[in-house]
Design a protein around this ligand. Structure first.
Ligand code: PEP
Ligand code: MN
Length: 282
């Protein structure tokens, strides 16, 4: 019997997208950066904001290497309560200052609906972390804003569950959604999680939303990140989010997976010929 490829689900999200709009790629504007319109966006920065000096140094380094968006966690949903939980709103202020002086917009994670209003005037984009992917009141809270949302896939979520989570945001009124595949749990322990590249491609085809990958958390090994980022670029995804720390060995969070600035720079240089060959700007 002839092989029948599985059917893609109906175009998603349906809210606010009808007719031709629902069949076209849905670009998202994040400050001065457009995701999902053919370019390949580099988002980089430390797992956690640790001090003003650390985030300033990280911002300058990633900008110099070619990143368009700064990342950094101020509210850290850690597996163990005994580990560094982040600097909270003080960390958001530090990010805002680093973003101002570097000229890069920034994204940071929001972990509770109460914080959305407080963070709203300060942030360029909200990140919903993997562990909060089905925190529906949080999804509705960011959905009630017009600030772009990077929605990470939970490591135990199916693709359909991930898209349903995105639909909560869209249904509340916010269409500026960027999906981020950050690795799912499978039986292997050699890489931190399992990067579901095909799943990310499927999510893009099904939703037409911009889709990026976070290979830092998915793989956990800095040496494999250039290849993973190149794979995302070659697969037609919209960008990559990477953890970069000025001094990885001193990082208070996810030290083992952080790239040093020189290694991030080398990664970007590794992508340039491929992007040029594909006619995609990075
Ligand atoms: C992070 O981006 O630092 C993070 C906590 O990621 P995730 O939610 O994917 O675990
Ligand atoms: Mn991290």
């Amino acid at each position: 019997m002839k092989y029948q490829p599985p059917k893609l689900p109906p175009r998603f999200p349906r809210v606010g997208a009808v007719g031709a709009e629902a069949r076209a790629d849905r670009a998202v504007q994040l400050a001065q950066v457009t995701l999902g319109a053919g370019g390949f966006t580099l988002i980089a920065g430390p797992c956690a904001v640790e001090s003003q000096a650390q985030i300033d140094e990280a911002a300058e380094a990633v900008k110099k290497a070619g990143a368009q968006i700064l990342r950094g966690g101020a509210f850290k949903p850690r597996t163990s309560p005994d580990t560094f939980q982040g600097l909270g709103l003080a960390g958001v202020d530090m990010l805002a200052r680093a973003a101002d002086s570097s000229g890069l917009p920034f994204v940071t994670e929001v972990t509770s609906p109460d914080m959305v209003e407080l963070m709203l005037p300060r942030v360029d984009a909200f990140q919903i972390g993997a562990r909060n992917m089905q925190n529906f009141s949080l999804l509705e809270a960011v959905g009630n804003t017009h600030t772009p949302v990077i929605l990470k896939r939970h490591f135990g979520a199916t693709l359909t569950e991930w898209l349903h989570a995105a639909e909560y945001i869209a249904k509340a009124g916010n269409q500026s959604i960027i999906l981020c595949e950050r690795g799912i749990r499978s039986f292997g322990q050699e890489t931190r999680f399992t990067l579901d590249l095909a799943g990310a491609m499927w999510a893009r085809a099904a939703s037409r939303l911009p889709v990026i990958i976070d290979p830092s958390h998915a793989i956990g090994l800095p040496s494999l990140l250039p290849g993973a980022a190149a794979a995302a670029l070659a697969a037609g995804l919209d960008g990559v989010m990477l953890e970069v720390h000025p001094t990885p060995q001193t990082a208070r969070c996810d030290a083992e997976q952080a790239l040093a600035p020189a290694d991030f720079n080398a990664l970007v240089e590794h992508l340039r010929p491929l992007a040029a060959a594909m006619g995609r700007a990075i």
